[in-house]
Every structure is written in structure tokens, then in C-alpha cells.
Design a protein around this ligand. Sequence first.
Ligand code: ADP
Length: 291
Amino acid sequence: MAKKEKDSLPGKQAMPHPFDEESKERLQQRVGRIHRKLLVLSGKGGVGKSTVAANLAISLAMEGKEVGLLDIDVHGPSIPGLLGLKEGRIMEGLDGLEPVNMGGNLKVMSIGFMIQNPEDPVIWRGPMKFHLIQQFLRDVSWGDLDFLVVDSPPGTGDEPLSVAQLLGPGAEAIIVTTPQSIAVDDVRRCVTFCRKVNLAVLGVVENMSGFICPECGAEIQIFKKGGGEEMARQMDVPFLGRVPLDPTVVVDSDAGRPYVYHHAEAPAARAFAGIVSGLMVNETAADDPEK
Ligand code: ADP
């Protein structure tokens, strides 16, 4: 069957009732084929949440995992730009909506693929966002995935709430912060949110943590260091690692070049690789009851 481009927003289409049995069953079937569901959250914008989500997804794919990256930031989808997929469009295939495929084992889906003019604001109320996120989880042909990484908008609003409800009890949250105490306070709200909606907190990532001078290799503390780690300890949640500031992250992101792929040896890319190997150690332990 020829692929047909989806050219209208899903919120405007006739959809099955979100809670009818058929809809629930289809959602469960899709989500049941995803081994781990990681929801990337932050207390506020600008801390590098989308950067962390994208680079963790790519690092996992570089380890040979089957990975999905879902961008549910309805008001400011940044994943297509970060990965050079601004021209990406959603197609309809035999098994549902087809995600954009990168390098064989990374599948990407974003509201950005549906917006014709990126300058147009998206004005949607909570229930429409719920429908859209449900459609992204239920109707996209994700196939069998080792990891689904979900980039959620900042804060604890409709989108993270909807995705936590739709993914159910198996989902895990990764909370991104910067080291300053003003950012760290927002993380406390995120942890409390996760506890209220029964979302397991996989851990905290401290981004923009120190700057390694490319000339001399010395570490400079631009935004302090360790605030996220200290907060994780106080809130009794795991600390996953810190990612230093690297100007190349900005250059690559603006150019739509996947950073960890193009600069695998840079300190920040090695930090992402370290976080990913931590995730995979957990994975082995979770799969092996002896450990
Ligand atoms: P958020 O999703 O939290 O709003 P973004 O991921 O869009 O944040 O990042 C905000 C800005 O910070 C972007 O310009 C991004 O390139 C930059 N950035 C994120 N992490 C780093 C880092 N470790 N080093 C340098 N710049 C970074």
C-alpha cells in the first residue's frame, strides 16, 4: 500500500473514545512491546532537558539498542531541530503512523512533524493534549523497543501527567536539572509530582555541571557543581550523573547534528555514555533475579 502523508493535526480527526475497550487494548499492545519507558522531565525550561533526552536516546541507539524518541512538547517541540529532522513528516503505514527512522534503530516521533509552519503557535487545551499523546503511544508503529525516551515539556502540567497515566506503572522518570539551587528547587516539585502520580524516579541528571577548558583540561564551575547530586541525596532518589557544559553541544544542536554521535570523545559525550551504561547495568540487574 502506498504511504500517505498525514497532513492534518490528529486533534482534529475522528478518534476512538480514549477509554473504550478497543482503544485501551491497542494502547496496551503497543506499550507492552516496549521494554523500558523513560520519561525525561525538568522543573523548568532551559536546563537542557531536550538535549539530554535526545543524546541519551542516541547513546542508547549507538549501543545497539532499539530506541524510540517521542517528543510531546506540544508548544515547543525541539527534537526535530536537534536531530536535523525539520523536514520530517508523519506517514501512514500498514501498522499505523510511521515514526521517522534514523540509522535503523532509532525511531523518532514529534508534534513538530505535524506542524506545517513552525512559527504558528499551537493552542490546545489539556484534553486535546491527552488525545494527541495517546495517539502517539497507541497508533505509532513503534514495534519492539528496548527503550522509549519521552521528552516532556518543562514543569508538571498536562503532558507529563497524561504520558504517566498512559504509560502506566512501568514508566521511569529521569529528572534533569542544572546545579544552581534555584533550578534544584524546581526538581523537588518534579520528584513530588512523580510520587503523586506513582511514577518511579530513575534518577537525576545534573546538566551544565562544570566546564572543561579545551585548552588546559581544567574544570571551571560556571554554575557551581553538585547541587543536583545533593538534592537527589536529600530527596532519596538516585543520582545518574553530571554532564559538563560544552559549547559544541550548542553548535551541533543548532546545526541539527546529533552531538554524541559526532563528538563521541568529548567530555559531555562521555558523560552521556556513562549515564547510559548505568542504565544498562540496572537493566541487567533487573533482568537477572540473581543480581
Ligand atoms: P530545555 O529542553 O530544558 O528547555 P534545551 O535542551 O533546549 O533545554 O537546552 C537549552 C540550551 O542549552 C540549548 O541551546 C542547548 O544547546 C544548550 N545546552 C544544553 N545542554 C548543554 C551542555 N551540556 N553544554 C552546553 N550547552 C548545553
